[in-house]
Design a protein around this ligand. Structure first.
Ligand SMILES: [Zn+2]
Length: 244
């Protein structure tokens, strides 16, 4: 797929930034956006970041976002937001939850929106469902089918407690493409192998080693490229093959 992704609003602290509550919309939507992009790329999709960080007003942010979106021929536009208005800063034991907007029931993005709602609600957020808006600027003006995800509420303690940007992004990715990339297991988490034990030590004695790791790659050529880069920087490195 070719997917446009953007975080709504200017960055935190600027004019036309997002909602501020127990967490900050403009900070969190950028974290979710980056992780959604990383995962979609890892799955082989083409992804464009259409986030705008220099709008002079809310209208200018939206206009620039749409210009960026429409500069690519995409299959889907994804706008990432967080909601506000729950006004539950102490927590009442219930999340206010998630909702996704599309332009109309006939939008090609509708089925993705349904799935994203289901995946996010499977994390424990109340499913407020898919909503229609013919006035939201991004939905109205992007050429590709588009959806605007209101991940959860920034001013609900229950939402904030449950929220984790990686889990949120993973749910969005599952909603769009049905799966997440395999997590890359790192050397640091693998068990100490027998040859790492102290020579002459008893079988029950093991020694802890601290390996320094800079990457873990599925393709050997990428590992070779990193080794070359380190070599050029004057750092000797070895490639260790690990079965995961
Ligand atoms: Zn927003």
């Amino acid at each position: 797929m070719i997917v446009n992704v953007h975080a709504g609003h200017n960055p935190a602290g600027m004019i036309a930034c997002g909602a501020v509550g127990l967490i900050d919309e403009s900070t969190e939507n950028r974290r979710v956006k980056d992780e959604v992009m990383r995962q979609l790329k890892a799955l082989g999709h083409t992804v464009y970041d259409c986030t705008v960080n220099n709008g002079s007003s809310q209208g200018d942010v939206l206009k620039k976002i749409v210009e960026k979106c429409n500069a690519h021929k995409a299959d889907l536009d994804i706008s990432i937001h967080f909601n506000a208005g729950a006004n539950d800063k102490n927590g009442n034991g219930r999340t206010t939850g998630t909702e996704v907007f599309v332009h109309s029931a006939s939008s090609m993005a509708k089925e993705y929106a349904d799935k994203v709602c289901r995946e996010i609600s499977a994390l424990g957020f109340r499913n407020r469902g898919v909503k229609y808006s013919t006035t939201l600027y991004v939905l109205k003006n992007t050429k590709a089918p588009s959806m605007l995800i209101e991940c959860c509420f920034v001013d609900d303690k229950d939402d904030v407690k449950l929220y984790d940007y990686k889990k949120m992004a993973s749910a969005v990715v599952r909603g769009i493409v049905g799966k997440n990339p395999e997590p890359v297991k790192t050397e640091a988490t693998s068990e100490v192998k027998p040859q790492d034990k102290i020579p002459g030590g008893s079988a029950s004695e093991s020694k802890t080693l601290y390996r320094v790791q800079v990457g873990a790659y599925a393709d050997r050529s990428n590992a070779e490229a990193m080794k070359d880069r380190l070599g050029k920087a004057g750092i000797d490195a070895v490639i260790v093959q690990v079965s995961v």
